[in-house]
Design a protein around this ligand. Structure first.
Ligand code: SAM
Length: 328
């Protein structure tokens, strides 16, 4: 079944669902973990894989074609490979992607490829052992780098490396990240730090703009070439390349640029809420519907409502929900 993507009130075709499969994570990144500690969702309140598949199947009727599995850390949830296989096997799904911190990727990359996973994004904020451990709370840089190599061997390409650039923390490493693209077909993406969830770690002064990062990289590697061709999986990223490099650079100007006009996504939280916008706490409770035994038509209607209410642009309303339950 392939349905045309449903358009929202602002003419954006919504064909992409990001699913947080758990709020559990094996890292404690200082900017992602709430300062008062994680308030974990009880297991019984987290959607089962069957419930998630029911939401995705309903989404297919509205033209959802791409699903990204995220978390928390998706690779810590048991049974993930079988779930990916079921997702990838749904008729009408063109792409199943994964966002991971890479810690368990080395052990799982080959199985994930065999299960039908199309793409992998690895979140990595430091290429130096000590800063990595201090940002994430775990001395696991080697495991992540190994995970990326195993994923390359398993045939994932291009692997995207997402670096959240945070002033006073890791902005001195942007050149080292850019260097990764010289001889590997990686796509390194620089993401501006966003005020999501517990904002204690966030302040305007810690947002490092794409313009600043570009000028640092150009100083070392020469002028960047803009890649104007837009691919379906580019999302809000603008892509560039260093002359002669095998890989590319992407910039997600979540703060300094306007990414809302291109937004084609809905989010499903680990505890079963549909969120039309990352930055707004407007949510639609699909879990209650599922657990009351609602039929597919009712779930489709709820998704239609969420699409209809998708904010035109980022609201000033606060986003209080921690990123770990939304999935980034
Ligand atoms: N555990 C997985 C991972 O590390 O990729 C998936 C979940 S994690 C919440 C998804 C992404 O959100 C990560 O790349 C993380 O760096 C990013 N993130 C978390 N808080 C953020 C913030 N305030 N601003 C920008 N990105 C953020």
């Amino acid at each position: 079944m392939v349905c045309a993507a449903r358009k929202d009130a602002n003419g954006r075709a919504i064909n992409y669902l990001r699913v947080s499969v758990t709020d559990r994570c094996n890292l404690r990144c200082f900017y992602c973990t709430p300062v008062h500690g994680l308030n974990l969702i009880p297991h019984s309140e987290i959607l089962s894989y069957e419930e998630i598949l029911a939401v995705v199947e309903a989404g297919l009727h509205l033209g959802i074609r791409k699903v990204r599995v995220t978390g928390g850390e998706p690779l810590v949830r048991r049974g993930l490979t079988d779930f990916i296989e079921k997702l990838a096997g749904l008729c009408g799904i063109s792409e199943v992607a994964l966002t991971t911190n890479g810690v368990n990727l080395g052990q799982m990359a080959h199985q994930l490829k065999a299960a039908g996973l199309s793409r992998i994004n690895v979140s990595l904020d430091s290429l130096e052992r000590k800063p990595f451990a201090s940002i994430t709370g775990l001395d696991a840089l080697d495991r992540v780098l190994e995970g990326i190599s195993v994923a390359e061997q398993a045939g994932f390409a291009p692997i995207k490396i997402n670096m959240v650039v945070i002033g006073g923390s890791n902005e001195d490493q942007v050149e080292a990240f850019a260097r990764l693209t010289l001889d590997r077909p990686l796509e390194v993406r620089f993401i501006e730090f966003m005020p999501v969830g517990d904002k204690i770690a966030w302040s305007p002064g810690k947002v490092v703009s794409a313009a600043w990062i570009t000028s640092r990289i150009e100083k070392q590697f020469g002028p960047l070439t803009a890649l104007n061709e837009r691919r379906p999986d580019d999302g809000p990223a603008r892509r560039f390349a260093i002359a002669g490099a095998k890989g590319t650079l992407g910039f997600i100007n979540a703060m300094s640029g306007h990414t809302c006009a291109d937004c084609n996504r809905l989010r499903l939280t680990a505890d079963g809420r549909i969120r039309p916008c990352l930055f707004s706490d407007l949510e639609f409770d699909v879990k209650t519907l599922l657990r009351q035994g609602a039929g597919q038509g009712e779930i489709v209607s709820l998704l239609e409502k969420a699409i209809a209410k998708k904010p035109a642009s980022r609201t000033q309303a606060p986003c209080r929900r921690p990123m770990s339950t939304i999935g980034g």
